[in-house]
Design a protein around this ligand. Structure first.
Ligand code: SF4
Length: 364
């Protein structure tokens, strides 16, 4: 298939790996921000193809994983309200909050439905006028335009029973927060492909300029990622950090202007709480005043109760790149996909789930 097969070509991947090994003399510590990249790297054995000078770390780019327990508790509190229907992407179902999960709440009788798009959620609202239908808005800049579109459509149709719990997040402030924390010294970032298709490359310029960190936007196939690593290594070897796009078939420097305009119309920017990092200023979206009647936090009294973190789970450190899943004492023993302790073992983009599915720990 065009645009797929050539990016999965094993011979091309091996050639790229040889080229990287030939030019890499300096230590290069690279972080893939996006959970989709983590999965592709683990699935295709890319770490094993790279020379010892190139180290790959996983970052906080899984939207479900970075959703704080306090926010999951809010979702559960909403689900327990009378005549409320929760609509959510399937990844959220098994994510444990402080004391329960949506899956358990559904077993207890709460009306929780899996949807594949915001339009599905809107349709459920149209079909169930007696219910208050809340869409759980979890995601990054890739999801935000679809939430904005649904709210605008609900407004145009005067739908009165549709709400958003807006937990959407912006990725560049989280990258900056990690660089400011300085726990892991990064030489390069594999910037997220889908997010960059929306926001473009402008938000990364300060990482190259002010933090001297090389940035390359990558696609999600093995050849895409190796190409991005090669570009990063070349920048690092030359001592000239810059922002480049390897994923040219998906990303333009200016991003998606239409989507950005739509987001600007629908959202204000506010601080958001990230699992493992805490509150990051200007890293979350909130519906604008004009659309506040669709805001679940305004429309309902939500009482999530006290927050509890899961004993022994180090998702926070995993998301900051300080630990790998294998460093967690619960990994693959107590915490497995069938019985996840933390969100990183639940989500299809979670590091722990990717390590569990594709890592070589089974043989050790
Ligand atoms: S293995 Fe499980 S408990 Fe450990 S960090 Fe990952 S999700 Fe948390």
């Amino acid at each position: 298939m065009r645009f797929i097969d050539e990016f999965r070509d094993a011979g091309l991947a091996r050639k790229l790996a040889h080229r990287i090994a030939a030019v890499s003399t300096k230590q290069a510590r690279l972080m893939e921000f996006c959970g989709g990249h983590t999965v592709a790297i683990m699935k295709n054995g890319i770490r094993q193809l790279l020379p010892p000078t190139v180290q790959m770390l996983s970052g906080p780019g899984c939207p479900v994983c970075v959703t704080a327990n306090s926010d999951i508790d809010k979702v559960l509190a909403l689900a327990r309200l009378p005549d409320v229907t929760i609509t959510t992407f399937g990844d959220m179902l098994k994510v444990p909050g402080s004391y329960s999960s949506l899956q358990r709440a559904r077993a207890d009788g709460c009306d929780i439905r899996i949807v594949y798009s915001t339009q599905d959620a809107l349709q459920i609202a149209r079909e169930n006028p007696a219910k208050s239908v809340v869409f759980i808005g979890i995601g990054f800049e890739t999801t935000a335009p679809t939430v904005a579109a649904a709210v605008m459509q609900a407004d145009a149709e005067k739908i009165k029973n549709f709400y958003i719990l807006c937990l959407l997040k912006l990725t560049p402030p989280a990258m900056k927060a990690l660089l400011d924390l300085g726990e892991v010294k990064l030489d390069g970032i594999i910037c997220p492909g889908h997010v960059s298709a929306i926001i473009g490359t402008h938000p990364y310029q300060s990482y190259a300029r002010d933090y001297r960190v090389a940035c390359v936007v990558s696609g999600f196939e093995p050849v895409d990622i190796l190409q991005a690593v090669e570009m990063l290594v070349q920048q690092i070897e030359a001592g000239k950090p810059d922002v480049e796009i390897a994923y040219t078939r998906g990303v333009k420097p200016e991003g998606n202007i239409k989507a950005l305009e739509m987001m600007q119309k629908a959202f204000d920017i506010r601080g958001a709480t990230w699992r493992g990092i805490g509150t990051i200023p200007s890293s979350g979206y909130r519906l604008k005043q004009k659309y506040s009647r669709f805001d679940a936090e305004t429309a309902f009294v939500i009482d999530p109760g006290p927050v509890r973190e899961h004993q022994g789970c180090c998702c926070g450190e995993v998301l900051r790149g300080v630990k790998t899943p294998a460093d967690c004492k619960l990994f693959a023993k107590v915490c497995v996909p069938e019985n996840p302790v933390g969100p990183c073992m639940v989500s299809s983009e979670g590091s722990c789930a990717a390590y569990y599915q594709y890592g070589d720990f089974h043989e050790r």
